[in-house]
Design a protein around this ligand. Structure first.
Ligand SMILES: [Zn+2]
Length: 466
């Protein structure tokens, strides 16, 4: 059979069978995404050979392309492709190696975004508790406490759902949420997202601290202790439990150290000048703050920040040190440690320049977080990276993208599964519209302030906000 005859046979197959099948699948995809997900997409038609290949792929996989694909684990690929089979990434290839089913045009395909630090239960506080200057941080904390006391359990649940919806709308596929009493579990555990829930532990007395640990054990049960009976909030394949000794000024030091030694924890750390003064000399604004709350306990504090960097078992899961606005750059962080820098919250309080560049230069992992809407304008982690880009135009743009994707996944212990576009990982990616411009480094296009709806694939399925 000649090449022309072969093409004629394939053309017949295409006309009679493949084209309707392709359109059928495209329609299915639209249905799953709420009817508008492929609005800006262009279906590509090929030669008979390519169409025959696609006939196979239509049943087995889908291939997506855009102006740029950012694997993060490798350099950007102009018109590269991402092929998804079931819930996995099958291949990430350069332009021309595989024909795409869907072209998103002037957009970037990036890994699902990772926000390792937020407090979804404060999502109703947007604009209600204005950040103070750095020397009046305890006044802001008083505002947060007063706000929390006004909220009913139903309002808190509604706030959590709203905050979660906002995170998902911006393309977050992995979230680290600080949760008091485990209240964000009901919303997050059933949402189409991956999560680590850090159960917040506050208590300057050992008794109060340990009472919370008992409450955690009873609630999540066998999620921690295989011999324990199942709790009402068990870990799920996509939702894991961790703990958060709240901060050096609010958690008994001996208890917090014991927890940090186990890893799998997050702690607010070196956040304000008052915290540094409290630890150094047991003086300053935190003394009155804690006395007014009736919890002052001078023996609960350690003498310095260094005591929170405990000897650490090699195989232990990660620890997140959140904020670190005033952390000395020679602090003894280990490879499993992560600094979470919350750029717009840091700026809202007017802190001095954050030392994240010095820590990165030392090889310390740094990722970005939003913190809560009590101090941040929104829960868009990509906007944090864009903010840093504006403030530090010389900072490497590829590192910024890593800080909101792969570094975040590493910090939460999920990097084997997500955080970069690599064959075998979960098919989690975000399609981000790009500006109509050129730049020497395509990361600059991605990090330019540019509006436009993002669409997100999570575990191989298009996702819409819950
Ligand atoms: Zn926080």
């Amino acid at each position: 059979m000649t090449r022309q005859q072969t093409d004629a046979v394939f053309s017949s197959i295409v006309t009679c069978y493949f084209l309707p099948v392709t359109l059928l699948f495209e329609r299915k995809e639209k249905d799953r995404s709420g009817g508008n997900r492929t609005r800006d997409c262009v279906l590509i038609r090929h030669t008979p050979y390519h169409l025959a290949t696609d006939l196979y792929c239509t049943f087995m996989s889908r291939t997506y392309t855009a102006r740029y694909v950012f694997p993060v684990s490798g350099p950007p690929l102009a018109n590269g492709t991402v092929t998804v089979r079931d819930d996995r990434i099958e291949a990430v290839l350069t332009h021309g190696e595989r024909i795409a089913d869907v072209d998103f045009g002037n957009a970037a395909i990036i890994p699902g975004l990772v926000n390792p630090h937020t407090h979804l239960d404060l999502s109703g506080a947007r604009g209600l508790i204005p950040p103070t200057d750095p020397n009046h941080f305890t006044d802001w904390l008083r505002g947060v406490i007063a706000y929390r006391r006004t909220r009913t359990a139903e309002q808190v649940q509604a706030n959590i759902r709203d905050g979660l919806a906002e995170c998902l709308r911006h393309g977050t596929t992995l979230i680290g949420d600080i949760t008091s009493g485990g209240v964000s579990y009901p919303a997050i555990a059933r949402a189409f997202v991956r999560a680590v829930l850090f159960w917040e532990v506050i208590g300057l007395s050992e008794d109060k601290y340990n009472a919370t640990l008992s409450e955690i054990g009873a609630t999540i049960g066998g999620s921690w202790d295989p011999d324990a009976p199942p709790g009402i909030y068990p870990a799920t394949p996509s939702c894991r439990w961790a703990t958060s000794p709240h901060a050096p000024y609010s958690a008994n030091h001996d208890c917090a150290r014991g927890q940090l030694y186990l890893g799998n924890a997050a702690i607010h750390f070196a956040e304000s000048p008052a915290e540094i003064e409290l630890l150094a000399s047991k003086t300053g604004p935190f003394v009155d703050f804690l006395k007014q709350l009736g919890v002052w306990n001078a023996s609960a504090f350690t003498a310095g920040l260094r005591d929170f960097f405990v000897a650490y078992p090699k195989a232990a899961p990660p620890i997140l040190y959140v904020h670190c606005n005033y952390l000395p750059t020679d602090a003894p962080l280990a490879p499993a440690h992560t600094i979470v820098y919350c750029p717009r919250t840091h700026a809202a309080f007017g802190h001095p320049p954050h030392p994240f560049r010095e820590f990165l230069a030392r090889g310390v992992r740094v990722c970005l977080g939003t913190d809560s809407l009590a101090s941040n304008p929104d829960l868009d982690i990509l906007s944090e990276a864009r903010f840093v880009r504006l403030r530090y135009p010389d900072f490497p743009v590829d590192q910024l993208l890593r800080m909101v994707t792969l570094s975040g996944a590493e910090s939460l212990g999920w990097a084997d599964e997500t955080g970069s576009l690599e064959a075998g990982k979960s098919a989690d990616f975000v399609v981000v519209p790009l500006p109509n411009a050129d730049a020497p480094d395509p990361h600059e296009l991605l990090l330019a302030d540019h509006a436009g709806e993002r669409c997100t694939m999570f575990r191989g399925q298009w996702r819409s906000a819950p």
